[in-house]
Write a protein that binds this ligand. Sequence first.
Ligand code: SER
Length: 341
Amino acid sequence: MRKPVVLITGAAGEIGHALVDHLVADGSEATITVDLRPLEPDLDAKVTRAFTGSILDQALLDAIQAEYAVDRIFHLAALLSTRCEYTPVAAHEVNVRGTLNLLEFAAGQARSHGSTVAFFYPSSIAAYGIPADIEAPDSGWREAQHTLPTTMYGCNKLYCEHLGRYYAHHYKQLDAEPQAGRVDFRSLRFPGLISAHTLPSGGTSDYAPEMIHAAAQGQPYECFVRPDTRIPFMAMPDAVDAILAFCAAPRQQLTQTVYNLTAFAPTADAIRSLVLQEFPKAQIGYTVDDRRQRIVDSWPQRVDDSAARSDWGLAPRFDLDAAFGEYLIPTIAARYAAAKP
Ligand code: SER
């Protein structure tokens, strides 16, 4: 008999790193991972098996299919927004072809073990493309408004939201035995995420985490967006809690396959001020990169996450002050202090 497991792709990345810990601590199911990079040793020790390889490698997915009965998938592997603009075709391959591979894998798993496969997919505020001359309403933009992304990453995310909805509700709809419903696809549109433990690479919201981590290490930092730039953010523990709460919600409670979520929406300068309060000697300047600025300017300043709050109880613990005071500053300071020789 094949072994029942949860599969995490992109497990060595920002969200994966935090999620693996929670899933393993929960202990209810064995965890296998796929990532191009080997997992860090502490993470590697916690999982049942870590495959080092690509989600584009069909032979690898077939080998996993043969050995394991996967009933939950967290498909986190992706190239981030700035990186995608340098290699848009490779980005499409990883972000779209890779996701299609995993959705087919999920459908195949569901067929072979006869029960639904839960599929979590992280989407992004990059799925939006907000026109320059429009003010966000105070309540923020709803999921279906202004979804005309200007980046390859945003196009990939938006299309994969639709692919997931197709697999969940319309897959092979002309077959004599339609196969919709076997993949329980759920997606969250994340704001910029800030982790005390890991730094993202290749994202365009990275100025916030980069500013904080540089200050904690006593390194100067040049912020690549204007001081008045504003997008929504969330602290990583809230992102992980949201994934787990959303995935645990009964299907019938959900009115959408894709939900916005947000916790706070500071300007870049507000983040800088908070960092300077904690690290008064930090040197943080501005060297604006107009091209990256244009990308961030196309993203919403605020999103409306009321559907997530009412359908499945989204309730982030950390507002901006708490994220800094209770999570980022103590955890980051301890992390870099421990790393000092
Ligand atoms: N934070 C991501 C990025 O900047 C967006 O999801 O690419």
